[in-house]
Write a new protein. Structure first.
Length: 83
């Protein structure tokens, strides 16, 4: 799950405060959270849960036979597998 939140800076204390909604709380049940700047493509989204990232090629079942062939793996310079 990814969330987009508005931070409140408290420079006197060196703190950043965020107020996630109930649907965003599961993100903070982890021991660590990745924080990064908002991409330009998300500037029009409201705060809260961000839609999951889709990977159309990974979902395309017509490509599965190609990637399952042994020869297709050897022509790539990296090693990976479709999950």
């Amino acid at each position: 799950m990814r969330v987009l939140l508005r931070p409140v800076l408290v420079p006197e204390l060196g703190l950043v405060i965020v107020k996630p909604g109930c649907e965003s709380m599961p993100v903070f049940h982890n021991t660590r959270v990745l924080v990064e700047p908002e991409p330009k493509s998300m500037r029009n989204l409201s705060s809260g849960v961000v839609p999951a990232v889709r990977q159309p090629l990974a979902e395309d079942k017509s490509l599965l036979p190609f990637f399952q062939r042994r020869t297709s793996d050897s022509c790539c310079w990296w090693r990976w597998r479709i999950v």
